[in-house]
Design a protein around this ligand. Structure first.
Ligand code: SDX
Length: 427
């Protein structure tokens, strides 16, 4: 914190001093709490300029395209770390020692199975239900099966719930996929690592042996890692708001999954692939770029733009390299990648996108990789939710571990002033 202050002179009123706090890096914040006593609120729809909390987990510098998890740059973690190590980093704020990592991997491995009665829970859904609808439902239902450790004031209970969520998300995600294609559920295997296990549960079947391609497993792990956390984005803020009421962690994560589903947020990766398919050919790119620039056309270039990044999303850079590597390994010549690369080139040269600082974001290339791995488009946001789970649960844990208030924003009211009721015969 600091002893700096802002002075707010309100017309006709006495000026008031508002404390300014400084973080370790990044913008200072003005504490506006004193405004309430002046009978005023701040007004910031979409929370464009609002710091909703203090956090030590992730730092983003949108102007310079920087993303740090507990100080470690995302490109270094993507190149040298792995998803489960990043899960530990987000929760504890430090990279695990060799022993810590070994015991963490073991405890995750031995929590990948779900309560067998949950399989009948799946069977209540229609086969053509969107996998995100299924995931939302079954993650929320985890609190109906794992209620032995839901005292959120107990650090051990919080840790057990976090382990259960990180360990079981791949199993639940793969089950949602298998259910949608009418194939039997595949149980996790304890001899496979986290991401190999996910691909095994997604693509193997009981009729023949299945070998996981190590290049695809590495690419999948990188995709999980790149999605692990991203500061106070919409779904993480949803988890924090739900958690501030004292709701159990499974309900909070289910709320985060619901928020992530929107095409402006985590649903964008699915929307990017649908857009590339709709464009269909590089010759039609100009038509779609024109539509994206047309104020009267609601169409936006999915995978471009970001509330915080006004430069390249550092995750998109890593994702682009991974896409090239995966397509080369598979010998896949995906015409959608050619459209994506041409679209990126045109957009980045276009005055509209330059002026509005619209760059490719994390969702722009991830879909190309997921499609090459064989993941169906409807599962793309499920993959995002799986990757984001450690970030969500780390923010929930950080909030619950410290004294916090229930989140309760106010409003600018523009509705009718008080008036008396009119009986129906007099209307
Ligand atoms: C994620 O918050 C996070 O960190 C999210 C995320 C994470 O890891 O959690 O990074 C993941 O959600 C990435 C974003 C995925 N969404 C998309 O790719 C959907 C397409 N992008 C847009 O919908 C938009 O860019 C947002 C939602 C991402 C950001 O919107 P903002 O910050 O509210 O900005 P805005 O809508 O006010 O746009 C500013 C201007 C507007 O023009 P003007 O009204 O000023 O004239 O830029 C235009 C917009 O019309 N604009 C676009 C555009 N994005 C913004 N125009 C065309 N195509 C686009 N994609």
């Amino acid at each position: 914190m600091s002893d700096k202050k802002a002075t707010l002179a309100i017309e006709g009123e006495n000026a008031i001093d508002l404390p300014i706090y400084s973080g370790t890096i990044g913008p200072d914040v003005v504490d506006v709490g004193a405004l309430t006593s002046q009978g005023m609120f701040t007004y910031d729809p979409g929370f464009v300029s609002t710091a909703a909390c203090e956090s030590k987990i992730t730092y983003i510098d949108g102007g310079n395209g920087i993303l740090l998890h507990a100080g470690y740059p995302i490109d270094q973690l993507a190149e040298q770390s792995d998803f489960l190590e990043t899960c530990w980093l987000l929760w504890y704020g430090e990279l695990p020692t060799k022993d810590e990592k070994e015991s963490f991997l073991k405890v995750i491995t031995y929590h990948t199975m779900i309560h067998d009665q949950m399989t009948s829970f799946f069977k209540g859904f229609r086969r053509d239900a969107h996998p995100m609808a299924i995931l939302c439902g079954v993650v929320g239902a985890l609190s109906a099966f794992y209620h032995d450790s839901l005292d959120i004031t107990n650090e051990k209970h919080r840790s057990i719930s976090a382990i259960r969520l990180i360990a079981k998300m791949p199993t639940l995600a793969a089950m949602a996929y298998k259910y949608s294609i009418g194939e039997p559920f595949v149980y996790p295997r304890n001899d496979l690592d986290y991401t190999e296990n996910f691909l095994y549960m997604m693509f193997s079947n009981p009729c023949e042996p299945y070998e996981v391609n190590p290049v695809l497993a590495k690419a999948m792990d990188k995709i999980f890692l790149l999605h692990a956390d991203h500061e106070q984005n919409a779904s993480t803020s949803t988890v924090r708001l739900a958690g501030s009421t004292g709701a159990n962690p499974f309900a909070c994560i289910s709320a985060g999954i619901a928020a992530l589903w929107g095409p402006s947020h985590g649903g964008a990766n699915e929307a990017v692939l649908n857009m590339l398919n709709e464009i269909g050919d590089v010759s039609r790119i100009d038509e779609f770029v024109a539509r994206a620039k047309d104020k009267n056309d609601p169409f936006r270039l999915m995978g471009f733009g970001h509330r915080v990044y006004k430069n390249f999303d550092p995750r998109a850079k890593v994702m682009k390299k991974t896409a090239d590597a995966v397509l080369k390994e598979l010998g896949v010549d995906d015409p959608l990648l050619a459209i994506a690369q041409r679209l990126e080139q045109i957009a980045l040269e276009d005055e509209y996108f330059i002026e509005k600082k619209l760059y490719p974001n994390v969702d722009f290339y991830s879909g190309i990789i997921l499609k090459a791995i064989g993941i169906p488009t409807s599962m793309f946001t499920v993959i995002f939710a799986l990757g984001r789970t450690p970030g969500w649960i780390a923010h929930w844990h950080e909030m619950i571990s410290h004294s916090h208030k229930i989140g309760r924003p106010r409003q600018l009211y523009t509705g009718p002033v008080q008036r008396d009721f009119v009986p129906v015969e007099k209307r």
